[in-house]
Design a protein around this ligand. Sequence first.
Ligand code: HEC
Ligand code: HEC
Length: 429
Amino acid sequence: MRWLSLSSRSVFVVVATMLVTVVAVRAIGTSAPPADEGVQAAAAQKTAAPAAAAQDPVLRGRELVINHACGECHGGGEDPSAKGWLAGLTPGSQTAVEFEIGPPPCGLEPKAKGCFKTRPRNLTPDNDTGMGRFTERQLFNALRFGLRPENTPDVVITSTTPGQGNFPKIPHYLAPPMPWPGWRHMPDADLRAIAAYLKRGLKPVVNKVPESEGPPDFWASGMTPENIGTYPAPAFPTANETMPAAKDRARVLRGRQLVLDHDCAACHRGPGPDSKGWLGGITSPTQAFVLGPCFTDEKVPCFTGRPRNLTPDKETGLGKFSDQQIFNALRYGLRPSDTPDVKITSMKPGVGNFPKEPRYLGPFMPWAAWRYMKDEELWSIIAYLRHLKPIENKVEASTDTPDHWASVVATLAPYPSVPYPTVNEVRRK
Ligand code: HEC
Ligand code: HEC
């Protein structure tokens, strides 16, 4: 089936389109969080960080790359053994495709005006065309601050204000839809681990990706707290969140961090935990995703994916589902409204409580990557979602294929993931 490539292509095109529309219509103004708030949030992040210090950074980085869907844009999906794994835009690739960024109908209409072509880059350590040119610190700065390594010196950065603490006076940001506003919320050790994996865990692939196009300010006017939220995240709890009992606090904070650093809010509504409607689901049909082959062939239908209300509202949110049902959604992609509330012990339809006729969430929801998170991580996310204040917001059901996406799911990377090292991987010094 060619669904997956076409649909994931349009996913990100539309995400990007949404982002840039927002950028275009919002007034520009910066309101940095008060200093003590930032400090509190940083402290919360510290307590929430996992005690995984002992893990090999290359292997940890691999895990993070897989469960943050990097390969959905940079090549290879969630499969480190796939051809083109993280090698960037390649002609004919199923995953690594070019984006059209700009106000609608950019990305939907080939003739649309005022659009920029952006291209996922080669993340393998090739010295001429990939990350071999940059230090691990430059990659860290790309993921934490969105600074293009090509244009940003190799220094420790201690501020996000241009001109201060080594933050460049004229920052060159990475082009959308690179989701660094989500990735930046990962703990330092995780971002370093990703850099270690890219530089030391992969074989170099020669693949020269043409430069992305962009506006003269290198996207700076769009990178405001109104559009991308604040870093560090606002102190917990905000007006949208409730304080858990002391015994649950660490888990809920861990879940909050994972929700932030997987960018759930890019689709389920953000930008930050202090914004109105946080994770309350879409509020307008224009925020839905249209997916399917209709973009290239008018005679075939498209499908509409609508990011849902993740707050605990009983009628319109996740309140009517058990924790187990949400877990089954994140691990197996099973739609909670159509899947019984049981513990599942197999991935074979009809075996170990896995439904005979599974009804999967549409591919816009990146559960194919989220499922590689550890059990503990998924349960932490669920604990956090349970500590949101309920928002009443009814999101229409998404449309799906007659087989409820089963043939798309059949093409996904193996779960659990292929052991390290694959043909694309190697232990480098
Ligand atoms: C939604 C698509 C998308 C996803 C998912 C994504 N990226 Fe990117 N990434 C891009 C695009 C597009 C660019 C090019 C930006 C530019 O040219 O300014 C990029 C650029 C980069 C760069 C800068 C490379 C350079 O040479 O400038 C790094 C590093 C990077 N991505 C790492 C990652 C990692 C690590 C992940 C997963 C944690 C990830 N990306 C996930 C789209 C994506
Ligand atoms: C790229 C967009 C996107 C991102 C990012 C995303 N989701 Fe979703 N999500 C969707 C869409 C679209 C649906 C609806 C799918 C459907 O109805 O088939 C959905 C559905 C869900 C559902 C099922 C809800 C229900 O009532 O059926 C859950 C739970 C969920 N998402 C949780 C998350 C979490 C947690 C994250 C972050 C770890 C996340 N999502 C990130 C797009 C996204």
